[in-house]
Design a protein around this ligand. Structure first.
Ligand code: ADP
Ligand code: MG
Length: 353
């Protein structure tokens, strides 16, 4: 919670936490909460590579764009693949967050959550993009660290804690103790992969061609990682591959669970693998504190039950799992002196101490 004093000072210095996710980009402003929550999509003019739409409006064009426009997901697969476009997106976000304040204030301090495992060059690129977009100071933080802070885990304490962040492009698993990561794993299997599983399943089992947006809706509506108390059915529209004509097929939640089970197993195995390498003292702590699941993938029905069942440690879904990283990134600035060692440096020491 913010004290009135924090709130007062917050008015004179804008602190911004940005979650540069593969699926969603969020901006958290100290004292105001989440002010921007947009899909990480940019519509780009094919010829000039100039960004023309950012966020939800670009995602709406996904799969229906005219041919002179390309829809780019610049942070897909946890790698910042398109620097220019990422920079344009950051610029848009920082300006939009800055515009929303009603008092003239100095340029913001910005913390950007980046997937763990990005290269030095990419880190530098994100840092430069944030500074170019008008930040007074810019810092980077690894997403699992931000997720853990945002979820309220006691990462500073001796007692171990664990987070699983299931995003769009990557799943990150991290075990913390004494303010640092003890064990971490990052895999390129997450929400997007589940969508692709659903597309493949519909094609192979039902001869139905559906797009990724439809597959995602199906996953959100009836996807699961554990048997549901009440199994359901859902109508899916697509194109029949035999006749080439539009068709509607009824599928059950049991089928969709089967469709995504391969990827869910990979995620569960990664959690097991990380626990295998964890020192026994820490495992004992985790048996007390449990495993926190964050990111949009935490909303897959039954995921916590499934993890609990498989690793024999209680897993639970974080409060508001989609916003943990942005809130965590912002909170670092609120408690800068205690938490700054969790920030990542880049070669030329962007994290000024
Ligand atoms: P990122 O950090 O990579 O941007 P997010 O944490 O925003 O990713 O999570 C996005 C992923 O979460 C997407 O793959 C989306 O389909 C998935 N997702 C969102 N809501 C649900 C839900 N209710 N059930 C299953 N998956 C969901
Ligand atoms: Mg994320």
């Amino acid at each position: 919670m913010l004290s009135p004093l924090d709130y007062f000072f917050g008015l004179f210095s804008l602190d911004i936490g940005i979650d540069l996710g593969t699926a969603n980009t969020l901006v958290y402003v100290r004292g105001k909460g989440i002010v921007i929550n947009e899909p990480s999509f940019v519509a780009v003019e094919r010829k000039t590579r100039r960004p023309i739409e950012v966020g939800a409006r670009a995602k709406e064009m996904w799969g229906k764009n005219p041919r002179d426009i390309v829809i780019v997901r610049p942070v897909r697969d946890g790698v910042i693949s398109e620097f220019e476009i990422t920079a344009a997106m950051l610029d848009y976000l920082i300006h939009k967050a800055h515009e929303q304040t009603w008092v003239p204030i100095p340029r913001p301090r910005v913390v950007v959550g980046i997937p763990s495992g990005v290269t030095e060059v990419e880190k530098r690129a994100v840092y430069d993009a944030a500074m170019q977009a008008g930040a007074r100071e810019a810092y980077l933080i690894e997403e699992p660290v931000a997720a853990a802070i945002g979820a309220g885990l006691p990462v500073q304490e001796t007692r171990g804690s664990m987070v699983i962040d299931i995003g769009g492009g990557t799943t990150e698993v991290a075990i913390f103790s004494l303010g640092g990561i003890v064990i971490s794993r990052s895999i390129r299997v997450a929400g997007d992969e589940l969508d692709e599983d659903v597309v493949r399943y519909m094609r192979n089992k039902h001869n139905l061609l559906i797009g990724e947006p439809a597959a995602e809706r199906l996953k959100v509506e009836v996807g699961s990682a554990f048997p549901l108390p009440q199994e359901r059915t859902f109508n899916v529209k697509g194109r029949n591959l035999m006749s080439g004509l539009p068709a509607t097929v009824e599928v059950s939640s049991i089928e969709i669970r089967e469709a995504v089970s391969g990827s869910v197993n990979i995620i569960v195995d990664t959690v097991k693998d990380a626990l295998d390498d964890t020192p026994p003292e820490l495992v004992a702590d985790l048996m007390e504190s449990g495993i926190c699941i964050a990111g949009g993938g935490a909303l897959l029905q039954g995921i916590a039950q499934r993890v609990t069942e498989e690793v024999n440690i209680r897993a639970y879904v974080a409060d508001d799992p989609l916003t943990c990283v942005a809130r965590g990134a912002g909170r670092v600035l609120e408690d800068y002196n205690n938490l700054r060692r969790l920030l990542v440096g880049t070669e030329r020491g962007s994290t000024q101490h």
